[in-house]
Design a protein around this ligand. Structure first.
Ligand SMILES: *Cc1c(COP(=O)(O)O)cnc(C)c1O
Length: 481
Protein backbone atom coordinates (compact mmCIF):
# COMPACT_ATOMS: atom_id res chain seq x y z
CA UNK A 1 0.00 0.00 0.00
CA UNK A 2 1.43 3.30 -1.11
CA UNK A 3 1.64 6.02 1.51
CA UNK A 4 -0.23 9.23 0.62
CA UNK A 5 0.65 12.62 1.99
CA UNK A 6 -1.37 15.50 3.42
CA UNK A 7 -0.53 18.95 4.77
CA UNK A 8 0.13 19.81 8.41
CA UNK A 9 -2.47 22.58 7.97
CA UNK A 10 -5.11 20.13 6.87
CA UNK A 11 -6.25 21.80 3.67
CA UNK A 12 -5.54 20.92 0.10
CA UNK A 13 -5.24 17.67 -1.79
CA UNK A 14 -3.57 14.44 -0.71
CA UNK A 15 -0.60 13.73 -2.95
CA UNK A 16 1.69 10.86 -3.81
CA UNK A 17 5.42 10.80 -3.15
CA UNK A 18 6.59 12.15 -6.52
CA UNK A 19 4.54 15.34 -6.19
CA UNK A 20 5.56 15.79 -2.56
CA UNK A 21 9.21 15.44 -3.58
CA UNK A 22 9.05 18.09 -6.30
CA UNK A 23 6.65 20.50 -4.56
CA UNK A 24 8.40 20.83 -1.20
CA UNK A 25 5.86 23.05 0.56
CA UNK A 26 2.17 22.08 0.60
CA UNK A 27 -0.17 24.42 -1.33
CA UNK A 28 -1.80 25.66 1.92
CA UNK A 29 1.62 26.70 3.30
CA UNK A 30 1.92 23.63 5.54
CA UNK A 31 4.42 20.78 5.51
CA UNK A 32 3.74 17.37 3.99
CA UNK A 33 3.32 14.35 6.25
CA UNK A 34 2.23 10.78 5.54
CA UNK A 35 -1.46 10.26 6.39
CA UNK A 36 -0.57 6.83 7.84
CA UNK A 37 2.70 5.51 9.29
CA UNK A 38 4.02 2.32 7.73
CA UNK A 39 5.63 -0.25 10.05
CA UNK A 40 9.32 -0.99 10.00
CA UNK A 41 10.30 -4.05 8.01
CA UNK A 42 10.26 -7.23 10.12
CA UNK A 43 13.99 -7.52 10.52
CA UNK A 44 14.25 -4.01 11.93
CA UNK A 45 11.32 -4.19 14.34
CA UNK A 46 11.87 -7.54 16.07
CA UNK A 47 15.06 -9.25 15.20
CA UNK A 48 15.72 -12.86 15.98
CA UNK A 49 18.92 -13.37 17.98
CA UNK A 50 20.42 -15.28 15.06
CA UNK A 51 20.02 -12.23 12.83
CA UNK A 52 23.07 -11.12 10.88
CA UNK A 53 23.10 -7.32 10.45
CA UNK A 54 22.43 -6.38 6.87
CA UNK A 55 24.12 -3.59 4.92
CA UNK A 56 23.15 0.05 5.31
CA UNK A 57 21.61 0.01 1.83
CA UNK A 58 19.49 -3.06 2.67
CA UNK A 59 18.14 -1.39 5.80
CA UNK A 60 17.52 1.84 3.87
CA UNK A 61 15.66 0.02 1.09
CA UNK A 62 13.32 -1.65 3.58
CA UNK A 63 12.63 1.53 5.54
CA UNK A 64 12.11 3.85 2.55
CA UNK A 65 10.21 1.53 0.20
CA UNK A 66 6.67 2.06 1.57
CA UNK A 67 7.11 5.86 1.52
CA UNK A 68 7.98 5.96 -2.18
CA UNK A 69 5.79 3.07 -3.39
CA UNK A 70 3.97 4.02 -6.56
CA UNK A 71 6.72 6.44 -7.59
CA UNK A 72 9.92 4.40 -7.35
CA UNK A 73 10.23 0.64 -7.81
CA UNK A 74 12.18 -1.36 -5.25
CA UNK A 75 15.01 -2.18 -7.69
CA UNK A 76 15.32 1.45 -8.75
CA UNK A 77 15.32 2.56 -5.13
CA UNK A 78 18.07 0.10 -4.29
CA UNK A 79 20.14 1.28 -7.27
CA UNK A 80 19.73 4.91 -6.20
CA UNK A 81 20.80 4.06 -2.65
CA UNK A 82 23.85 2.07 -3.79
CA UNK A 83 24.92 4.94 -6.02
CA UNK A 84 24.28 7.60 -3.35
CA UNK A 85 26.25 5.84 -0.63
CA UNK A 86 29.11 4.97 -2.96
CA UNK A 87 30.08 8.60 -2.42
CA UNK A 88 30.69 7.90 1.29
CA UNK A 89 34.14 6.94 2.41
CA UNK A 90 33.13 4.44 5.11
CA UNK A 91 31.81 0.92 4.34
CA UNK A 92 29.17 1.21 7.10
CA UNK A 93 28.04 4.59 5.66
CA UNK A 94 27.11 5.77 9.18
CA UNK A 95 29.43 3.92 11.59
CA UNK A 96 28.89 3.61 15.34
CA UNK A 97 31.81 4.39 17.63
CA UNK A 98 31.82 3.83 21.37
CA UNK A 99 32.66 6.81 23.62
CA UNK A 100 31.81 5.42 27.04
CA UNK A 101 30.03 2.46 28.60
CA UNK A 102 26.51 2.73 27.16
CA UNK A 103 27.29 5.82 25.09
CA UNK A 104 27.99 5.62 21.35
CA UNK A 105 28.49 8.18 18.63
CA UNK A 106 26.91 7.62 15.26
CA UNK A 107 29.12 9.30 12.67
CA UNK A 108 26.99 10.92 9.98
CA UNK A 109 29.81 12.86 8.34
CA UNK A 110 31.48 10.43 5.93
CA UNK A 111 29.83 11.93 2.83
CA UNK A 112 31.34 14.31 0.27
CA UNK A 113 30.84 17.56 2.25
CA UNK A 114 31.60 16.19 5.73
CA UNK A 115 28.24 16.97 7.36
CA UNK A 116 25.12 14.90 7.98
CA UNK A 117 23.15 16.74 5.25
CA UNK A 118 24.89 14.45 2.73
CA UNK A 119 23.17 11.35 4.12
CA UNK A 120 19.78 12.61 2.92
CA UNK A 121 20.70 14.91 0.04
CA UNK A 122 22.77 12.35 -1.88
CA UNK A 123 19.59 10.28 -2.08
CA UNK A 124 17.15 13.18 -2.58
CA UNK A 125 19.19 14.57 -5.49
CA UNK A 126 19.02 11.22 -7.24
CA UNK A 127 15.29 10.87 -6.52
CA UNK A 128 14.78 14.29 -8.14
CA UNK A 129 16.75 13.21 -11.16
CA UNK A 130 14.82 9.96 -11.44
CA UNK A 131 11.42 11.68 -11.30
CA UNK A 132 12.40 14.44 -13.74
CA UNK A 133 13.74 11.84 -16.16
CA UNK A 134 10.44 9.98 -15.94
CA UNK A 135 8.53 13.21 -16.63
CA UNK A 136 11.03 14.37 -19.25
CA UNK A 137 11.32 17.69 -17.42
CA UNK A 138 14.03 19.96 -16.11
CA UNK A 139 14.05 21.88 -12.85
CA UNK A 140 16.24 24.47 -11.23
CA UNK A 141 16.95 24.12 -7.55
CA UNK A 142 17.47 27.50 -5.91
CA UNK A 143 18.58 27.86 -2.32
CA UNK A 144 20.31 30.06 0.21
CA UNK A 145 22.97 28.70 2.53
CA UNK A 146 24.90 29.88 5.53
CA UNK A 147 27.46 27.19 4.79
CA UNK A 148 26.62 23.48 5.00
CA UNK A 149 23.41 22.83 3.07
CA UNK A 150 24.46 24.57 -0.15
CA UNK A 151 27.48 22.43 -0.84
CA UNK A 152 25.66 19.23 0.16
CA UNK A 153 22.86 20.03 -2.31
CA UNK A 154 25.36 20.92 -5.06
CA UNK A 155 27.31 17.70 -4.52
CA UNK A 156 24.02 15.80 -4.66
CA UNK A 157 23.00 16.98 -8.14
CA UNK A 158 26.31 17.75 -9.83
CA UNK A 159 26.42 16.29 -13.30
CA UNK A 160 22.64 15.79 -13.47
CA UNK A 161 21.07 16.18 -16.90
CA UNK A 162 17.75 17.31 -15.48
CA UNK A 163 18.62 19.63 -12.62
CA UNK A 164 20.43 22.94 -12.45
CA UNK A 165 21.29 24.30 -9.06
CA UNK A 166 21.91 27.89 -7.98
CA UNK A 167 23.07 28.53 -4.43
CA UNK A 168 23.31 31.99 -2.86
CA UNK A 169 25.71 32.48 0.02
CA UNK A 170 26.70 35.60 1.96
CA UNK A 171 29.93 37.00 0.50
CA UNK A 172 32.81 36.77 2.98
CA UNK A 173 30.67 35.21 5.70
CA UNK A 174 31.31 31.50 5.25
CA UNK A 175 34.50 29.71 6.19
CA UNK A 176 36.99 29.23 3.39
CA UNK A 177 36.44 25.47 3.34
CA UNK A 178 32.69 25.99 3.11
CA UNK A 179 33.07 28.47 0.25
CA UNK A 180 35.52 26.30 -1.65
CA UNK A 181 33.20 23.29 -1.31
CA UNK A 182 30.69 25.32 -3.33
CA UNK A 183 32.94 27.18 -5.76
CA UNK A 184 35.37 24.47 -6.92
CA UNK A 185 32.81 22.13 -8.53
CA UNK A 186 33.34 22.37 -12.28
CA UNK A 187 30.08 20.74 -13.40
CA UNK A 188 28.15 23.01 -15.78
CA UNK A 189 24.81 22.54 -13.96
CA UNK A 190 26.14 23.88 -10.63
CA UNK A 191 26.30 27.61 -9.84
CA UNK A 192 27.43 29.44 -6.71
CA UNK A 193 26.64 33.13 -6.23
CA UNK A 194 28.14 35.23 -3.45
CA UNK A 195 25.70 37.96 -2.43
CA UNK A 196 26.97 41.20 -0.98
CA UNK A 197 24.81 40.84 2.11
CA UNK A 198 23.92 38.54 5.01
CA UNK A 199 22.44 35.02 5.05
CA UNK A 200 19.03 36.61 5.71
CA UNK A 201 19.45 38.73 2.55
CA UNK A 202 20.19 35.54 0.59
CA UNK A 203 17.09 33.87 2.01
CA UNK A 204 14.96 36.91 1.17
CA UNK A 205 16.24 36.85 -2.41
CA UNK A 206 15.35 33.16 -2.75
CA UNK A 207 11.86 33.77 -1.33
CA UNK A 208 11.42 36.70 -3.74
CA UNK A 209 12.45 34.51 -6.70
CA UNK A 210 9.87 31.90 -5.71
CA UNK A 211 7.20 34.63 -5.37
CA UNK A 212 8.01 36.00 -8.84
CA UNK A 213 5.64 33.71 -10.70
CA UNK A 214 6.86 34.28 -14.29
CA UNK A 215 10.43 33.70 -13.10
CA UNK A 216 9.44 30.64 -11.07
CA UNK A 217 7.60 29.07 -14.01
CA UNK A 218 10.25 30.04 -16.55
CA UNK A 219 12.88 28.05 -14.67
CA UNK A 220 10.65 25.41 -12.95
CA UNK A 221 12.11 26.41 -9.59
CA UNK A 222 12.34 23.73 -6.93
CA UNK A 223 13.76 23.62 -3.41
CA UNK A 224 15.51 20.99 -1.32
CA UNK A 225 15.50 22.89 1.99
CA UNK A 226 15.00 21.20 5.31
CA UNK A 227 11.21 21.16 5.09
CA UNK A 228 11.31 18.75 2.13
CA UNK A 229 9.68 15.52 3.32
CA UNK A 230 12.12 13.39 1.33
CA UNK A 231 15.01 14.60 3.49
CA UNK A 232 13.17 13.71 6.70
CA UNK A 233 12.31 10.31 5.21
CA UNK A 234 15.87 9.37 4.27
CA UNK A 235 17.12 10.33 7.73
CA UNK A 236 14.82 7.78 9.42
CA UNK A 237 17.19 5.07 8.23
CA UNK A 238 20.18 5.77 10.47
CA UNK A 239 18.10 5.63 13.64
CA UNK A 240 17.05 2.12 12.63
CA UNK A 241 20.63 1.30 11.59
CA UNK A 242 21.97 2.40 15.00
CA UNK A 243 19.60 0.11 16.86
CA UNK A 244 20.38 -2.82 14.53
CA UNK A 245 24.10 -2.34 15.09
CA UNK A 246 23.80 -1.96 18.84
CA UNK A 247 21.65 -4.74 20.21
CA UNK A 248 18.88 -5.23 17.69
CA UNK A 249 16.45 -3.34 19.85
CA UNK A 250 16.51 -5.57 22.93
CA UNK A 251 17.03 -2.51 25.12
CA UNK A 252 15.29 0.78 24.34
CA UNK A 253 17.76 3.35 22.99
CA UNK A 254 17.94 7.07 23.76
CA UNK A 255 19.06 9.33 20.91
CA UNK A 256 20.77 12.64 21.58
CA UNK A 257 20.46 14.98 18.57
CA UNK A 258 22.22 18.34 18.03
CA UNK A 259 19.32 20.37 16.70
CA UNK A 260 18.61 23.42 14.54
CA UNK A 261 15.61 23.05 12.23
CA UNK A 262 14.34 19.94 14.09
CA UNK A 263 14.59 17.88 10.89
CA UNK A 264 17.03 15.31 12.19
CA UNK A 265 15.25 14.67 15.47
CA UNK A 266 11.84 14.58 13.76
CA UNK A 267 13.15 11.73 11.61
CA UNK A 268 13.94 9.91 14.85
CA UNK A 269 10.41 10.52 16.06
CA UNK A 270 9.10 8.96 12.84
CA UNK A 271 11.33 5.90 13.37
CA UNK A 272 9.77 5.51 16.83
CA UNK A 273 6.28 5.93 15.33
CA UNK A 274 7.14 3.11 12.93
CA UNK A 275 7.98 0.78 15.81
CA UNK A 276 11.67 1.33 16.61
CA UNK A 277 12.47 0.63 20.27
CA UNK A 278 13.32 4.20 21.40
CA UNK A 279 13.46 5.25 25.04
CA UNK A 280 13.48 9.04 24.49
CA UNK A 281 15.12 11.84 22.51
CA UNK A 282 17.49 14.41 23.95
CA UNK A 283 17.23 17.64 21.98
CA UNK A 284 20.57 19.44 22.21
CA UNK A 285 20.78 23.19 21.47
CA UNK A 286 23.49 25.80 21.62
CA UNK A 287 22.61 29.22 23.06
CA UNK A 288 19.86 29.47 20.45
CA UNK A 289 17.68 27.30 22.64
CA UNK A 290 14.08 27.92 21.52
CA UNK A 291 13.50 24.16 21.35
CA UNK A 292 14.87 23.26 24.78
CA UNK A 293 12.83 26.12 26.25
CA UNK A 294 9.71 24.80 24.54
CA UNK A 295 10.30 21.37 26.06
CA UNK A 296 11.00 22.81 29.51
CA UNK A 297 8.18 25.37 29.66
CA UNK A 298 5.58 24.37 27.07
CA UNK A 299 5.93 27.80 25.51
CA UNK A 300 7.56 28.81 22.23
CA UNK A 301 9.18 32.17 22.26
CA UNK A 302 11.65 33.25 19.59
CA UNK A 303 14.62 35.40 20.56
CA UNK A 304 17.41 37.05 18.60
CA UNK A 305 19.76 34.63 16.90
CA UNK A 306 23.22 34.78 18.49
CA UNK A 307 26.25 33.49 16.57
CA UNK A 308 27.95 30.46 18.18
CA UNK A 309 30.72 27.94 17.51
CA UNK A 310 28.05 25.59 16.09
CA UNK A 311 26.65 27.85 13.34
CA UNK A 312 24.46 25.21 11.67
CA UNK A 313 22.31 25.30 14.80
CA UNK A 314 22.02 29.10 15.04
CA UNK A 315 18.29 29.05 14.39
CA UNK A 316 15.36 30.47 16.37
CA UNK A 317 12.45 29.47 14.15
CA UNK A 318 12.78 25.75 13.46
CA UNK A 319 11.03 24.99 10.20
CA UNK A 320 10.26 21.35 11.02
CA UNK A 321 8.70 22.17 14.38
CA UNK A 322 5.36 22.46 12.59
CA UNK A 323 5.47 18.71 11.93
CA UNK A 324 5.95 18.00 15.62
CA UNK A 325 3.15 20.38 16.63
CA UNK A 326 0.85 18.61 14.19
CA UNK A 327 1.70 15.33 15.92
CA UNK A 328 1.13 16.79 19.39
CA UNK A 329 -2.22 18.17 18.23
CA UNK A 330 -3.37 14.71 17.07
CA UNK A 331 -3.19 15.59 13.40
CA UNK A 332 -5.54 18.56 13.71
CA UNK A 333 -4.50 20.73 10.73
CA UNK A 334 -6.54 23.87 11.42
CA UNK A 335 -5.40 23.92 15.08
CA UNK A 336 -1.78 23.53 13.94
CA UNK A 337 -2.23 26.41 11.48
CA UNK A 338 -3.63 28.58 14.28
CA UNK A 339 -0.76 27.82 16.66
CA UNK A 340 1.81 28.59 13.94
CA UNK A 341 0.04 31.83 12.98
CA UNK A 342 0.02 32.93 16.64
CA UNK A 343 3.74 32.26 16.89
CA UNK A 344 4.46 34.13 13.67
CA UNK A 345 2.33 37.14 14.62
CA UNK A 346 3.20 37.47 18.31
CA UNK A 347 6.56 35.71 18.54
CA UNK A 348 5.09 33.30 21.09
CA UNK A 349 2.64 30.44 21.43
CA UNK A 350 1.80 28.05 24.25
CA UNK A 351 0.95 24.35 24.37
CA UNK A 352 -1.87 23.07 26.56
CA UNK A 353 -0.90 20.99 29.59
CA UNK A 354 -1.85 17.75 27.86
CA UNK A 355 0.20 18.63 24.76
CA UNK A 356 3.17 19.64 26.90
CA UNK A 357 2.96 16.38 28.85
CA UNK A 358 3.03 14.45 25.59
CA UNK A 359 6.06 16.39 24.47
CA UNK A 360 8.00 15.69 27.67
CA UNK A 361 7.04 12.00 27.60
CA UNK A 362 9.16 11.66 24.46
CA UNK A 363 11.66 14.54 24.51
CA UNK A 364 13.98 16.26 26.97
CA UNK A 365 16.10 19.25 26.00
CA UNK A 366 19.09 21.22 27.17
CA UNK A 367 21.58 23.82 25.99
CA UNK A 368 25.37 24.03 25.88
CA UNK A 369 27.12 27.38 25.49
CA UNK A 370 30.37 28.06 23.63
CA UNK A 371 32.71 27.74 26.60
CA UNK A 372 31.09 24.44 27.59
CA UNK A 373 31.37 23.31 23.95
CA UNK A 374 35.13 23.93 23.99
CA UNK A 375 35.47 22.15 27.34
CA UNK A 376 33.63 19.10 25.99
CA UNK A 377 35.77 18.94 22.82
CA UNK A 378 38.85 19.11 25.03
CA UNK A 379 37.57 16.52 27.52
CA UNK A 380 36.64 14.02 24.79
CA UNK A 381 40.08 14.47 23.24
CA UNK A 382 41.92 14.07 26.57
CA UNK A 383 39.91 11.05 27.68
CA UNK A 384 39.33 9.18 24.42
CA UNK A 385 41.80 10.66 21.95
CA UNK A 386 38.90 11.56 19.67
CA UNK A 387 38.43 14.88 17.90
CA UNK A 388 34.79 15.98 17.67
CA UNK A 389 33.29 19.04 15.99
CA UNK A 390 31.38 21.74 17.95
CA UNK A 391 27.91 20.53 16.85
CA UNK A 392 28.69 16.99 17.94
CA UNK A 393 30.09 18.38 21.20
CA UNK A 394 26.79 20.08 22.01
CA UNK A 395 25.10 16.69 21.71
CA UNK A 396 27.75 14.84 23.70
CA UNK A 397 27.49 17.46 26.47
CA UNK A 398 23.73 17.08 26.77
CA UNK A 399 24.00 13.28 26.67
CA UNK A 400 26.59 13.28 29.49
CA UNK A 401 24.54 15.65 31.62
CA UNK A 402 21.24 13.77 31.23
CA UNK A 403 22.27 10.13 31.03
CA UNK A 404 20.57 8.00 33.67
CA UNK A 405 22.19 4.89 35.13
CA UNK A 406 21.98 2.01 32.63
CA UNK A 407 20.57 4.20 29.87
CA UNK A 408 21.82 3.29 26.38
CA UNK A 409 22.52 6.48 24.44
CA UNK A 410 23.48 7.15 20.83
CA UNK A 411 24.65 10.72 20.17
CA UNK A 412 24.57 11.83 16.56
CA UNK A 413 27.89 13.21 15.28
CA UNK A 414 26.71 15.67 12.62
CA UNK A 415 29.94 17.13 11.23
CA UNK A 416 33.54 16.07 10.67
CA UNK A 417 35.95 17.94 12.99
CA UNK A 418 37.92 19.24 9.98
CA UNK A 419 34.87 21.18 8.87
CA UNK A 420 35.25 23.42 11.94
CA UNK A 421 39.00 23.31 12.49
CA UNK A 422 39.35 26.63 14.35
CA UNK A 423 37.11 25.65 17.27
CA UNK A 424 38.66 22.18 17.47
CA UNK A 425 42.17 23.64 17.49
CA UNK A 426 41.22 26.23 20.09
CA UNK A 427 39.93 23.45 22.38
CA UNK A 428 42.63 20.83 21.85
CA UNK A 429 45.68 22.48 20.28
CA UNK A 430 45.30 19.99 17.42
CA UNK A 431 44.23 21.09 13.95
CA UNK A 432 42.12 18.27 12.45
CA UNK A 433 43.17 17.17 8.98
CA UNK A 434 40.83 17.15 6.01
CA UNK A 435 40.10 13.65 4.67
CA UNK A 436 42.06 12.70 1.55
CA UNK A 437 39.25 13.48 -0.85
CA UNK A 438 39.29 17.16 0.19
CA UNK A 439 42.99 17.50 0.87
CA UNK A 440 43.60 19.51 -2.33
CA UNK A 441 40.62 21.83 -1.94
CA UNK A 442 42.85 24.87 -1.38
CA UNK A 443 44.55 24.25 -4.73
CA UNK A 444 41.40 23.88 -6.79
CA UNK A 445 40.20 26.63 -9.10
CA UNK A 446 37.26 28.64 -7.82
CA UNK A 447 34.45 29.84 -10.07
CA UNK A 448 31.63 31.97 -8.75
CA UNK A 449 29.81 35.22 -9.27
CA UNK A 450 29.71 38.09 -6.78
CA UNK A 451 26.44 40.01 -7.09
CA UNK A 452 24.84 42.88 -5.18
CA UNK A 453 21.87 42.22 -2.90
CA UNK A 454 19.41 43.11 -5.65
CA UNK A 455 16.64 40.87 -6.99
CA UNK A 456 16.65 42.19 -10.57
CA UNK A 457 20.40 41.68 -10.91
CA UNK A 458 20.29 38.16 -9.49
CA UNK A 459 17.32 37.17 -11.67
CA UNK A 460 19.00 38.58 -14.79
CA UNK A 461 22.11 36.58 -13.94
CA UNK A 462 20.09 33.37 -13.51
CA UNK A 463 18.23 34.04 -16.78
CA UNK A 464 21.61 34.22 -18.48
CA UNK A 465 22.75 30.84 -17.14
CA UNK A 466 20.71 28.65 -19.45
CA UNK A 467 20.77 29.82 -23.02
CA UNK A 468 19.77 26.93 -25.30
CA UNK A 469 20.61 24.56 -22.48
CA UNK A 470 24.16 25.84 -22.45
CA UNK A 471 25.66 27.09 -19.28
CA UNK A 472 27.26 30.50 -19.34
CA UNK A 473 30.10 31.09 -16.95
CA UNK A 474 29.58 33.65 -14.24
CA UNK A 475 31.92 36.39 -13.29
CA UNK A 476 34.87 34.25 -12.55
CA UNK A 477 36.79 35.00 -9.42
CA UNK A 478 40.03 33.12 -9.37
CA UNK A 479 42.43 32.60 -6.53
CA UNK A 480 40.44 34.73 -4.11
CA UNK A 481 41.35 33.91 -0.54
C1 LIG B 1 22.10 21.16 9.76
C2 LIG B 1 22.99 20.76 10.88
C3 LIG B 1 22.47 20.53 12.18
C4 LIG B 1 21.02 20.74 12.53
O1 LIG B 1 20.16 19.80 11.95
P1 LIG B 1 18.58 20.06 11.91
O2 LIG B 1 18.01 18.97 11.08
O3 LIG B 1 18.41 21.42 11.30
O4 LIG B 1 18.09 20.03 13.32
C5 LIG B 1 23.35 20.09 13.15
N1 LIG B 1 24.67 19.93 12.90
C6 LIG B 1 25.20 20.15 11.66
C7 LIG B 1 26.66 19.97 11.45
C8 LIG B 1 24.38 20.57 10.61
O5 LIG B 1 24.92 20.80 9.39
Amino acid sequence: MAVVYGSSRGRGPELGFADVLLTGLAPDGGLFLPTTWPSLPESAASLPTSYVPSSYVDVATGVIEPFVAGAVEREQLQAILVDAYDTFDHPDVCPLVQVDEGHHLMELFHGPTLAFKDVALQVVGRLFDHELERRQQRAMIVGATSGDTGSAAMEAVRGSEHVDIVVLFPHGRTTEVQRRQMTTLSDPNVHAIAIEGTFDDCQDLVKAMFSDEPFRLRHSLAAVNSINWARVMVQIVYFVWAVEQLDRGRQATTFCVPTGNFGNVFSGHVAARMGLNVNRFLVASNRNDVLSRLIETGEMRAEEVVPTLSPSMDIQISSNLERLLYELLDGNGPATAELIAGFRDHGRAALTEVQHQRLTDEFAGDRIDDSETLAIISEVYETHGMLIDPHTAVGVGVAQRHRQPGEQIVSLATAHPAKFPDAVEQATGVRPELPARLADIFDRREDYAVLPNDLATVEAFVDGLSVDGLSVDGLSVDGLS
